[in-house]
Design a protein around this ligand. Structure first.
Ligand SMILES: Cc1ncc(COP(=O)(O)O)c(C=O)c1O
Length: 1013
């Protein structure tokens, strides 16, 4: 390996024992042997003995040998340097690149914010809840929309969600849309992919090639003619040619026709001095109805396209009190704890997939939460003046550049009459592609050839985007390029630029407060202390795989060569990233045993959607149009049924009978799919089954031993098999999914492949498919050719599911992890995860019953579900705590011992689902087991403790019922909210003897009860 000079690491790895442990597994070989011994085993592979031999992978997946820490760092730096970053860039095209405030990398390094899970336990997640609340408030102030969710994958998928929302809001059952052809083509492609095969329909209204916009005069007659079915009109504020659309006229037209005005905007341009806030569009200033946008660039560099941050907003005011209940995604709301302390909590969850399943407003689960956190930090760090400056500098740079370039002979504005802001299209006297290449040779990423977006254009239209990153010398060099490549500017030539009408501009100031760096730094630090991280201790959320997230992954993803590359960069300059994407494709073929892979989906739920869209495309390609049933086990995660609905398999029921859509399969007493019920369903829906979705190992932590038989039955019926791979951490490297008969599977990279959960996201997914589905893969495939790594469209692709290439930054993280695991590490990782779970289960079994009951053919894999013993339930009932109300508070007792709670009441109503992962030592697991056993003794001895838990978090139990009755999802920010301290910090709890914790709980509980009397 050649050694280049490396920038120093921003941490000392030798102080982080998990970081430097082989495969990030800190348990010693002796500890692993001791755990195996306790189970009566001697080798790791015995943990998989119950898995049928034909399904087993013969050899470990074919990955390169693992890299040690120093070599790994060396390798990723060298890989990033294979990308050729330009000295300046004018790329943007819907994903601009702005200066990132220093506070952002600081907040990104706060591990308790970055690695925490979705804030389902609000008492231990006030940090995340507050940052996402701040994001909602900042965006509400910028946009004039009262309810901004936190948050969608990207602008394109947020647009799709907006169309669904508008259809749900339509009281007349309208399902048709008009979309302006001036929206970004990459977003329109995603709309096409995701709406195909659903009940929503749309038409694209073409751009006027003279004006670069879609004139109202053209749109209006079309809209009026379709008014009866028209649910919404979706339009950009600044369109894909940089032109400003007539947002007031468009809003007014939509409203006149009883349709929703859906605006696609760039929040950066809504700062004071910038463009009009969408909450004030329309003849009367009533505002648009649904807001969609991209906010990645508010927070982070382009990362070759992702993680993105889809903005989604709704009106929530006197005229629109109920619309918010139709919104997708997550909202954080104002709340109080039992003692009246101010707090935050997730609200309106009854719309979400984990509760409403196939009736949910969206299938989204993991979202882009951490990018929202960073966006909040970035906006607060810029403050009112900083936001204004960024927006106005972008504008000023565009004007300066335009004035210079328009003096070059033959260069003109493509739309001389149409106002623009910071993005403009030039008509050139030469091919724009050749000018782009000339610029590339001078280390300049010039812009995007947008000729194909303009009907009748001859290939000479170039889009240039400006931000606060260009310095005067960059604009001079841009001018010099044009002068040399096209002709000497005529200094005397008069240049006239279109004025932006006052009606398009923001009238009032945003009013963002301004703070200095240090108070903000202290504020975010104290927020992080309200959370807990898997860095410190076992974070036992079952089904979520809260394993250790290596620091080095973050360093790799942030390397400028990776992070600063724009997705429109010429592929010749993106070879380092393309090689990573190609390699990831190859690794996941090896890991799954399946022949083809897509890296575009950005979360497990989106992977599921990709799978079902491919199922539809496959059946359609065979003329097999009547398949309207998806079989899903009763115990499946809520995203499975919600995804089926979004894909177009909407459930129609007559009484208890399901006529079409999602049909549930029962489980047998051993937790596995009930074969007799499955066979009945196959008989009943013969010829109509599009596919089955099975989680394996399932949500009870049990390997579905009959998976291959089930797959064979489904295939014989002409259906296809989706495996929900959320639990790959249990089987990676051991099970060959091809042999199981899987047609599509997602890997949640934020579970198995160490992407941090970010307090809700961004996650990532890699979907692998069988030969049958390979032609239908979404997006592009990276292929290796004589010219290096290039892009290829699968022949019958369903189209893209996310703009650009998905969450590329996360691919860098997953790649870095896989290079550390190497050939042996993949198997070792999953085996130790299973060993940890079995060992912990072994420790707890004598004290707690297991759900569903364990049988010899259902040993637990990476997780298990326990419940309280019958005698405990009875004791609690005698103290006035019903069975139904016991499990939630018991989960909160974990917070008092310094842990996060396990997953409660899913998939078993009275269950505690525990997934320890491979990231902890035997000593840590033993302390965890001892804690849980002590919790049981405590509630036996003093059941009323469950009335007062938790005791040491910054707030007491949060009253989410009131928070949901009076929903408040934004406020005008004037001061930094108060941050309450932990009463006993998790670090301190970790140092205390368990009996001392128990004693502190007894005392705190008694004091609370006393106070309530
Ligand atoms: C079993 C299972 N399936 C699907 C999902 C959805 O994945 P994501 O949250 O990445 O969308 C989850 C998430 O927790 C899960 O546990």
């Amino acid at each position: 390996m050649s050694h280049t000079t490396l920038p120093p690491l921003p941490y000392d790895p030798t102080t982080l024992p998990r970081e430097t442990a082989r495969h990030y597994i800190p348990a010693t070989d002796q500890e692993l042997q001791a755990m195996l011994g306790a189970l009566g085993l001697s080798q790791l592979d015995e943990l998989f003995a119950h898995i049928p031999m034909p399904a087993r992978m013969v050899d470990p997946p074919d990955l390169p040998e693992e890299l040690g820490y120093a070599d790994l760092y060396q390798h990723v730096v060298a890989q990033s340097q294979k990308n050729r970053l330009p000295d300046m860039t004018f790329l943007g095209d819907g994903l601009p690149h702005y200066r990132v405030p220093d506070l952002v990398p600081f907040v990104a390094g706060l591990r308790e914010l970055m690695t925490a899970y979705t804030p389902y336990q609000p008492e231990r997640s006030q940090g995340t809840l507050m940052t996402q609340w701040l994001y909602q408030c900042c965006l509400a102030m910028l946009t004039g929309f009262e309810a901004i969710n936190a948050s969608q994958y990207d602008r394109a998928t947020a647009l799709v969600e907006a169309l669904y929302t508008a259809a749900r809001l339509s009281r007349q059952g309208r399902t048709h849309f008009l979309l302006l052809g001036s929206l970004w083509p990459q977003d329109l492609e995603v709309v096409h992919t995701l709406l195909t095969g659903t009940r929503l329909t749309y038409e694209i209204v073409p751009i006027d090639p003279e004006r670069g916009t879609v004139p109202l005069a053209v749109l209006e007659p079309q809209a009026v003619a379709q008014a009866d079915g028209l649910a919404g009109i979706a339009f950009p504020q600044v369109n894909s040619l940089g032109c400003l659309e007539d947002v007031d006229g468009l809003t007014e037209l939509a409203h006149r026709l009883g349709a929703r005005a859906i605006v696609v905007t760039d929040p950066m341009l809504l700062a004071t001095g910038g463009l009009k806030a969408p909450g004030t569009f329309g003849a009367e200033g009533e505002g648009a109805d649904i807001l969609v946008g991209e906010a990645q660039h508010l927070a982070i560099p382009p990362h070759y396209g992702g993680p993105g941050l889809g903005v989604f907003g709704m009106r929530y005011n006197a005229a629109h009190q109920q619309d918010i209940r139709q919104a997708p995604g997550r909202f954080v709301g104002d709340a109080q704890d039992e003692a009246g302390r101010p707090a935050k909590v997730m609200v309106l969850s009854t719309r979400e997939q984990h509760i409403r399943r196939h009736k949910a407003t969206s299938n989204i689960c993991t979202n882009q939460g951490f990018v929202a956190t960073l966006a909040a930090a970035a906006i607060l760090a810029r403050g009112e003046e900083g936001m204004r400056k960024a927006c106005m500098q972008a504008r000023a740079n565009a004007l300066t550049a335009a004035r210079g370039l328009l003096q070059v002979p033959g260069v003109s504005l493509a739309f001389p009459e149409t106002p623009f802001w910071n993005t403009l299209v030039l008509a050139l006297p030469c091919s724009s592609a050749s000018l782009v290449e000339t610029a590339r040779q001078r280390r300049m990423h010039l812009g995007v050839d947008v000729s194909s977006r303009i009907p009748g254009s001859g290939g000479n239209h170039l889009l240039l985007s400006f931000s606060d990153l260009q310095e005067p010398e960059h604009l001079e060099q841009l001018g010099a390029l044009f002068a040399e490549a096209i002709g000497t500017p005529r200094a005397e030539a008069a240049v006239s630029l279109p004025e932006v009408p006052a009606a398009f501009l923001r009238r009032e100031s945003v009013g963002l407060p301004t703070w200095d760096y240090e108070p903000l730094q202290a504020f975010f630090t104290s927020l992080s202390e309200q959370n807990i991280s898997p860095d410190r201790t076992c974070y036992p959320l079952g089904s979520c795989t809260m394993k250790y997230n290596p620091y080095i992954n973050e360093v790799a993803a942030a390397l400028p060569g990776f992070a600063h590359l724009h997705p429109d960069a010429p592929w010749a300059d993106a070879q380092g990233t393309l090689e990573v994407l190609y390699t990831i494709q190859e690794y996941f073929k090896a890991i799954t045993g399946l022949p083809a892979v897509t890296t575009q989906p950005v979360a497990g739920a989106q992977g599921e959607l990709v799978g079902l869209k491919m199922f539809q495309a496959y059946h359609r390609s065979r003329g097999d149009m009547q398949r309207d049933i998806v079989l899903i086990p009763h115990s499946a995660h809520g995203t499975n049924p919600a995804t089926a609905t979004m894909a177009g398999f909407e459930t129609v029921q007559r009484g208890a009978e399901t006529l079409s859509g999602v049909v549930e399969i029962n489980a047998g007493s051993n937790g596995q799919i009930a074969m007799d019920h499955l066979c009945q369903l196959l008989d009943r829906y013969r010829g109509r089954i599009a596919g089955i979705m099975i989680t394996n190992p399932n949500t009870s932590g049990v390997f579905e031993r009959h998976f291959a038989d089930i797959a064979a039955l489904i295939h014989a019926e002409g259906g296809l098999v989706y495996m929900d791979g959320a639990n790959m951490n249990a089987i990676a490297g051991w099970v060959n999914l091809s042999a199981l008969g899987v047609d599509a599977v997602h890997n949640n990279n934020h579970k198995t492949w160490t992407i941090p959960h970010g307090g809700g996201g961004p996650g990532d997914a890699i979907v692998a498919v069988s030969e049958r589905l390979a032609p239908f893969l979404p997006g592009v495939q990276v292929v290796r050719s004589g010219r290096g790594y290039t892009l290829q469209h699968p022949p019958q692709s369903i189209g893209s599911v996310h703009r650009h290439f998905g969450n590329v930054g996360h691919k860098i993280r997953a790649y870095t992890y896989l290079r550390a695991l190497g050939r042996e590490g993949v198997r070792r990782m999953s085996a130790v995860a299973v060993l940890a779970a079995r060992y912990l289960h072994h420790r707890l079994k004598p004290h707690f019953p297991t759900l569903p009951q364990e049988t010899p053919d259902s040993p637990r894999m990476h997780e298990f579900i326990i419940t309280l013993p019958e005698a405990t339930f009875e004791t609690l009932e005698a103290a006035g705590i019903s069975r139904a109300r016991a499990i939630g508070p018991f989960g909160k007792l974990f917070l008092d011992f310094g842990y996060h709670a396990p997953t409660v009441s899913f998939p078993e109503a009275q269950g505690l689902m525990i997934e320890p992962t491979e990231s902890y030592t035997k000593a840590e697991l033993d302390r965890f087991a001892d804690s849980i056993i002590l919790m049981l003794h405590l509630v036996h001895e003093q059941p009323t403790i469950l009335h007062t838990v938790p005791h040491f978090t910054p707030v007491d139990r949060i009253d989410d019922v009131s928070a949901n009755k009076h929903v408040v999802v934004s406020a005008r920010l004037t001061t930094l909210p108060q941050v309450l301290p932990n009463r006993i910090a998790p670090d301190q709890l970790a140092q205390m003897p368990l009996e001392a914790i128990a004693e502190a709980i007894r005392t705190a509980s008694a004091a609370k009860l006393q106070g309530r009397r």
